[in-house]
Ligand binder design. Structure first.
Ligand code: APR
Length: 231
């Protein structure tokens, strides 16, 4: 009945055609973080920010879950204990792949947040500087994405999940962004076995008890089969 907590990053969606951030030609090689992923950048040039996230929203809604997403949904369905997915990703591919109990700590692309009253709502269509908040009617809608310098969502609940973990897996993340990068230490402190699954060693590789390297669509289904005892 062991409890499994899984952290995912952009690498799990790379084979679904969604760019990662820090790989060669990644999003941060093409766009300045200061311009498109900070509240200051949004204040300076909301049109630039809206067009960046509108384009990502289109891509993400056209993307399909891959074998790694599906394998995690299968793990949730077949493992007798609880399986919690904490994702840094803002695409909906975990849910599209059949997963539930997914915590989007960095927000979600098909969501909007009001910069005036903090109201949050589902918004799958394009946003622009005039988009109104349905609650306060101010033209203050922004993508519901946690930007640099902002507090990720649901941190109290996420730390509570980590504190109860027996097995912690980190999948497809470079482990360069905090607080997610330190989750392995939280899980270790709770006595969990820790495993990193990634294309290459992450910045936190030495903190993991076990590591597996390769494309997520290959190594994640293999790992899930082992956990659920399937050949
Ligand atoms: N399979 C497995 N891992 C992969 C694959 C793949 N097919 N392709 C790339 N990777 C790995 C890379 O080796 C890299 O370590 O995925 C990782 C992606 O790292 P980043 O681009 O840094 O993305 P991530 O760790 O999710 O970024 C964290 O930073 O920019 C912010 O808020 C943003 O949520 C994001 C956070």
């Amino acid at each position: 009945m062991s409890k499994i907590v899984i952290l995912t990053g952009a690498g799990i969606s790379a084979e679904s055609g969604l760019g990662t951030f820090r790989d060669e030609n990644g999003l941060w090689a093409q766009h300045r973080i200061e311009d498109v992923a900070t509240p200051e950048g949004f204040a300076r040039n909301p049109d630039l920010v809206h067009s960046f996230y509108n384009a990502r929203r289109h891509q993400s809604s056209a993307a399909q879950p891959n074998a790694a997403h599906m394998a995690l949904a299968q793990l949730q369905a077949q493992h007798p204990g609880e399986v919690v997915i904490v994702t840094q990703n803002v695409d909906g591919l975990h849910e599209k792949g059949g997963a539930s109990n997914v915590w989007h700590m960095h927000g979600i692309l098909d969501g909007a947040l009001c910069a005036a009253c903090s109201h949050r709502w589902h918004a799958a269509e394009d946003m622009h500087r005039g988009t109104l908040c349905p609650s306060c009617q101010m033209p203050a809608a922004r993508p519901d994405i946690v930007w640099f310098g902002e507090m990720p969502y649901d941190m109290e609940q996420i730390y509570a999940q980590l504190a109860g973990a027996d097995l912690f897996a980190s999948i497809g993340t470079s482990s360069q962004v905090y607080p997610a990068a330190a989750f392995v230490h939280e899980a270790q402190a709770a006595g969990a076995h820790t495993v990193e699954l990634n294309l290459e060693p992450s910045s936190m590789v030495s903190s993991f008890a076990e590591t597996r390297f390769g494309p997520a669509t290959v190594i994640v289904p293999r790992w899930v089969n082992e956990v659920i005892g399937q050949p």
